[in-house]
Design a protein around this ligand. Structure first.
Ligand SMILES: C[S@@+](CC[C@H](N)C(=O)[O-])C[C@H]1O[C@@H](n2cnc3c(N)ncnc32)[C@H](O)[C@@H]1O
Length: 318
């Protein structure tokens, strides 16, 4: 139940983030025993590069505390969607926090919102939707992979989020979202290989008073096909974007102090052919150190194109 609301102490069954460093975190379940591959019940010992943790020892411990490992220490943190995205078991490719922050902002997900999502995948994005729309909203999430849908359903339940989500096992490109969802959604989100096939179903699911749409696609051709269908159906404010993180390089650089007289000199040089020589010899006199900021020339990190659109109110849905 550790995703539902802030807690002070770890209870048995909680998902806990074992934080070793910013690049090394693990999601563990606070249970004293586990069943091994041979079907035997054994003491739950979690191994890390800094030694082992007897998981029973963290039950009752305050969240945020430092806990001893056999060869070092770690901190035990209450999970949130950001930490979960970094530690969750990958069943599929997932969407990460920078793209998700833009998705939540552009879809205006807020308490009370009804969001329709497909595919559920590993549930990375779903956890953010749930945090933003609870306690009065609802997430309807669809995946055509039965095991993934079942695992996600069980995971939301275990995380204490089961009351705010319905997980469907369904092919949304061929069958659409269920008819009970016609006209109920404030926002529809697609992370599918062929989003264009699901856009007409998203159109149906959005409220008659209008709503927001987003599709995440790694390739621009997928976005282009999606945009064609959005345009045909009367969506507006269509916009595709990429969320790229740009690093700032902070460096002390040595630079000459600009001498305005020196800068003027080359102009005069055109009139006097021999004066070129003279200007070359005029070196700037003063050199100073400056703290500078610049950006790398390459921007790595393409994840996908986010295509957003608005369904305006009262578009007839014949
Ligand atoms: C990339 S994953 C989604 C990851 C998810 N956004 C996350 O952040 O964890 C795409 C999912 O879409 C599902 N999918 C693909 N085509 C589908 C369809 N036609 N109907 C429903 N689900 C579909 C796949 O089974 C897969 O689980």
């Amino acid at each position: 139940m550790s995703f539902l609301k802030p807690k002070t102490h770890i209870e048995q069954g909680d998902v806990v983030i074992l934080y070793l460093s910013v690049n090394s975190m693990h999601a563990i379940e606070a249970v004293p025993t586990i069943v091994n591959k041979k079907g035997e019940t054994i003491v739950n010992i979690f191994q890390t590069p800094y030694g082992s943790l007897k998981v029973q020892n963290i039950i009752g411990v305050e969240y945020g505390s430092r806990v001893e490992l056999s060869k070092g220490y770690a901190h035990v943190l209450q999970p949130n969607p950001e930490l979960w995205t970094q530690t969750l078991p990958h069943r599929t490719q997932i969407i990460y926090t920078p793209d998700i922050s833009m998705i939540l902002h552009q879809l205006e997900v807020r308490p009370g919102a009804v969001v329709v999502e497909s595919g559920t995948g590993s549930g990375s994005l779903s956890h953010y939707f749930l945090r933003a729309l609870k306690p009065t909203g609802r997430l309807h999430t669809f995946d055509f992979h039965e095991a993934r849908a079942e695992q996600a359903r069980e995971e939301f339940q275990r995380h204490g989020l089961g009351d705010f989500v319905t997980v469907y096992h369904r092919d949304v490109c061929n069958l659409g979202f269920t008819s009970e969802l016609d006209g109920v959604a404030d926002a529809v989100f697609l992370d599918l290989p062929a989003p264009d096939l699901a856009v007409p179903h998203a159109f149906k699911a959005l409220k008659l008073s209008g709503g927001r749409f987003c599709s995440f696609s790694p390739c621009i051709e997928q976005s282009q096909r999606c945009i064609n269908v959005l345009t045909q159906l009367g969506f507006n404010e269509i916009c595709s974007m990429e969320v790229l993180q740009q690093e700032s390089i902070i460096k002390t650089r040595t630079m000459p102090v600009i001498d305005l007289e020196f800068l003027k000199a080359p102009k005069d040089a055109a009139a006097e052919p021999n004066s070129n020589e003279d200007t070359k010899t005029k070196e700037p006199k003063e050199i100073k150190k400056y703290l500078t900021s610049s950006h790398p020339q390459l921007l790595p990190g393409h994840t996908g194109f986010l295509t957003f659109a608005t369904l305006p109110p009262n578009i007839p849905k014949a």
